[in-house]
Ligand binder design. Structure first.
Ligand SMILES: [Fe+2]
Ligand SMILES: [Fe+2]
Length: 188
């Protein structure tokens, strides 16, 4: 399906009507509800964590970072990223998305799309967890295959990053104007 997270290049037209009322050029400052600004900050945090992990694996691949240093720097960031993102998706899927469906029924299919994105991203989080664990165990046990494990983790990061970036952008295009429009339902 062309709406799939891996296939699409932006939020489909049918779900962009909220964004039309509050385009991204106006997302700075008081025009956007406080809760929506908080949402954007959370997403910025995820983008920073991915960029940091990309930079580390990039330096390791270029021979500028030794395997133990990659391990020491990458694993805590990865753990934090997995925890944050899992918690964020849970609260979206189980708390905010149902509220959004209620206050803005017209966007229902758009929320379905975001929920499907979460399922796809959870597959990525699983492989990040599994390859991260294998890398950690390999380094801790001085396994000769630790470098291969690092390469598999780096590949998992390569795959997860673009999918997450697409989801974050498209989700923002729905939730930032939606929260601002229905601000009374999204206090605190
Ligand atoms: Fe999300
Ligand atoms: Fe989100």
């Amino acid at each position: 399906m062309s709406d799939d997270l891996h296939a699409r290049s932006g939020l489909p037209e049918a779900y962009r009507y909220l964004l039309a009322d509050l385009p991204r050029e106006r997302w700075h400052g008081q025009e956007v509800a406080a809760m929506a600004r908080f949402w954007l900050q959370m997403h910025s945090g995820f983008r920073r964590e991915v960029a940091h992990m990309d930079a580390l694996t990039g330096r390791w691949r270029a021979g500028q970072l030794a395997l133990p240093d990659l391990h020491r720097q990458l694993i805590p960031t990865l753990q934090q990223f997995l925890q944050h993102l899992d918690g964020h998706h849970n609260i979206e899927t189980h708390h905010y998305f149902p509220t959004m469906r209620k206050v803005e029924p017209r966007i229902g299919a758009g929320i379905d799309l975001l929920d499907r994105d979460h399922d796809v991203i959870h597959g990525h989080l699983d492989s990040l967890f599994q390859t991260g664990l294998a890398f950690h165990q390999g380094v801790s046990g001085n396994a000769p295959t630790a470098g291969d494990s690092a390469a598999r983790l780096a590949e998992a990061i390569d795959k997860a990053g673009p999918a997450l970036a697409r989801h974050l952008d498209d989700e923002e295009d729905i939730v930032v104007p939606l929260i601002t429009k229905h601000v009374d339902h999204f206090k605190g």
